[in-house]
Design a protein around this ligand. Sequence first.
Ligand SMILES: Cc1cc2nc3c(=O)[nH]c(=O)nc-3n(C[C@H](O)[C@H](O)[C@H](O)COP(=O)(O)OP(=O)(O)OC[C@H]3O[C@@H](n4cnc5c(N)ncnc54)[C@H](O)[C@@H]3O)c2cc1C
Length: 479
Amino acid sequence: MGIRTVEEYKESLRDGRRVYIRGEKVEDITKHRILGITCDTIAAGYELTASKDPEVRDLFVAPHPETGEPINRYFITPGSKKDLADRTRMIQHSIQLIGGLPFGKDIGTDCLNAAFVVAGQMGKKQYQDNAKKFLEHLRKNDLHTCGAVTCVKGDRSKEPSKQKHPDYYLHVVDKNKEGIIVKGAKIHITSAPAANEILVVPTRQMRENEADYAVSFAIPANTQGVTFICRSGRGAWSDHEFHADRPVRELTEAMIVFDNVFVPWERVFMCGEWQFSMLLAYTFATFHRFTAISYKVPAVEVMAGCAVAMAKYNGLERVGHIRDKLADIAAYVETLRALANAAANDPVMHGNIAVPNPLIANMAKLHFASKYHNFVELIQDISGGIVATSPDKKDLENPDIHDYLEHYLGGAEKYSTLDRLKMVHETMRHICSHESAFHEVTTVHAEGSMAAQKMMIYAESPLKRYETLAMAAAGITPQ
Ligand SMILES: Cc1cc2nc3c(=O)[nH]c(=O)nc-3n(C[C@H](O)[C@H](O)[C@H](O)COP(=O)(O)OP(=O)(O)OC[C@H]3O[C@@H](n4cnc5c(N)ncnc54)[C@H](O)[C@@H]3O)c2cc1C
């Protein structure tokens, strides 16, 4: 098959999966008010691979490395800096072309690429073969994936084996000739209810007495014992909003419960090799933070554009402190872009797999997360209180009050009141809305907390070199 159509993707979701949202079980998620938007957002990725425009198609479709058949570019295991740069370009164009990212294949393949690296380090041919066979399954059937890494974790100060009950971290409860049985729950998993396959990776380093928690595998979303409990969402555009002529793009996160789920051996990539759990979590994090910084560049470009436009609509673009703030906004965006490019340009090779530079990928994610709220504050400052109190589209359309709004809500003379209000509403979505609050938390936590990035920066930085240089500068002879 190689490349699926939108309809084939949607049909594949009608497979008896167990999905709950807002307390209700959903029979057909493609038709649900909120989950349908998730399906459509992912389906937009299938529209891109079917594009008649060869330039667009080439971004998203690549030749299979061995057979030359067309496959989704996410299923190219990166082997060079060009592959990493192509992946970044694909992710960035997804956002620009469809107004959102059909997340899932990215994080799923981040998990699988990490599993490949670690299987190689373990020297376990069986796991390498399993990963390769699974990759071919994804390529052939053009499947949508999600990456389930974050466990529910219980008391954060306690290790998995010291928790009140053993299930706060996903673990193996039994094994037999055919496979393993796992129990636990993964949380916050993006696009999970609309995935075909779930890839599981340990959330952290495991110790010797936690070998049962060192487990990685892939299973279909309709596997017996798997339940998705989804967060709610914003739903389609309301007729009170000004918005562009495109659908809402949104993805639903879910908690995935694994209630004694059977996984056949051929789908297992790690089972008990606790010594390698850290490497798997760490390599996944590097791949995934690289994915993150790739998609965040076009997202913050639009937000920066709102600040530029609001400054103009308010007649302020020549004012000194506004220019100063726009310079800070641009520096934030361009530092992120430069770091994303640098992480792709300087990969670390593990065999024939190119892992994005771990130091730079973590620095980029930390830059993005630690300065995001300040970036938002600058846009809020420039935009004015109108982004909190603006009348809506229905107000403007009401003839009783239209003329008041037209008369009083104009800004700089050369712009229409309507355009100013459209820009206010776009800006509002990014900096003063339920969605923007969601993104502020996502920025801090998704792809790992800032403490996790600092741990990796500390581990990867040339601290010894700094010290040697300081010793030499101070005239101290090393002992
Ligand atoms: C919108 C969104 C989408 C996401 N998508 C995915 C996804 O697709 N797949 C996936 O696997 N995950 C996903 N995540 C999960 C994300 O990776 C986690 O939120 C993140 O790793 C933080 O974990 P947590 O939420 O459990 O927070 P916590 O672990 O509770 O962290 C809270 C704070 O406690 C600190 N902390 C926690 N434990 C310790 C400790 N032992 N010692 C010291 N400090 C500690 C953290 O550093 C942080 O400062 C997503 C999250 C969000 C918000």
